[in-house]
Design a protein around this ligand. Structure first.
Ligand SMILES: [Fe+2]
Ligand SMILES: [Fe+2]
Length: 274
């Protein structure tokens, strides 16, 4: 069975359309979406409709649950909370029911467990960021004890495409676009983000997991990001930096980085003083 796994669409219709088109060419048997269908961008209803039309199996992300009021926006950044308030005002009954009905965890054929944030803990797992080995270990332990016998946990939320392996008590980050999986290891697999890139590659990202071949393929999809950014800006939802032209933003980021480095160096020198 070949499964396309995608996550963190964040109401970016252009990114999702391009991604679904790329998935069509992959001849997959199933599409699995790891949540955060809404938030940040301006096409929540369109994205939910596209996923439903594609027959995607979905779990709930923290932005989906916040949009329906199942959780609050404490802990959300200013831009994220503003987009949730905007989305709440535009949810119709159908979209609200769809989002509110999404499960937090989903198993597929005893082979994969799908979550948004982490496999642990039972309560609030959609808010946990699997961005360090301490947390990864807790989710690996939950996976090893999972009654389904699954060895792969697919998760999103960090917006970072990556694969970690757990074997002989060690966690290893695996690199490469095509990775063969072992039968005696456990895996945490993140397909990255479709619609809300943070740093580095701005393209949409997804993975194809081939359960027969025991292989993961990371894919990137180029699309015209300026359309979604333009709509987000017009709706007043863009973060302040996005209003500036790209060369100015790049220069500002460089200065900020230099300023931070300068501060870190000063702090290190201060500590060296008796
Ligand atoms: Fe997200
Ligand atoms: Fe999230």
């Amino acid at each position: 069975m070949r499964i396309a796994i995608l996550s963190d669409i964040h109401a970016n219709e252009e990114a999702l359309r391009a991604t679904l088109l790329a998935i069509e060419a992959e001849a997959v048997d199933r599409i699995l979406c790891l949540g955060d269908i809404v938030g940040y961008n301006t096409n929540p209803a369109e994205c939910a409709a596209l996923l439903r039309r594609a027959g995607a199996l979905c779990v709930a992300g923290n932005h989906d649950r916040a949009a329906t009021g199942q959780i609050g926006t404490e802990g959300f950044g200013l831009t994220a909370a503003r987009a949730i308030a905007w989305t709440r005002r535009r949810l119709d009954g159908d979209l609200r029911d769809f989002l509110a009905g999404l499960p937090l965890k989903l198993g597929i054929d005893g082979r994969i467990v799908a979550v948004h944030g982490a496999l642990h803990p039972d309560l609030g797992c959609e808010l946990v960021r699997l961005d360090n080995d301490e947390r990864r270990l807790l989710s690996f332990e939950a996976l090893a004890a999972h009654p389904s016998g699954a060895r792969i946990c697919a998760y999103g939320h960090t917006h970072r495409a990556e694969l970690h392996e757990y074997r002989d008590g060690q966690i290893r980050r695996l690199s490469g676009d095509e990775i063969a999986l072992r039968h005696d290891a456990y895996y945490l697999l993140n397909p990255g983000t479709v619609g809300e890139p943070r740093i580095g590659d701005p393209r949409a990202s997804f993975v194809v997991l081939d359960l027969a071949d025991h292989r993961v393929s990371f894919r990137r999809v180029a699309y015209d990001r300026s359309v979604a950014v333009g709509k987000t800006r017009k709706a007043g939802l863009a973060p302040p930096l996005i209003f500036l032209p790209e060369p100015v933003r790049a220069a500002l980021k460089r200065s900020l980085r230099a300023f931070r480095l300068h501060g870190a160096a000063r702090e290190a020198l201060r500590r060296l003083r008796p």
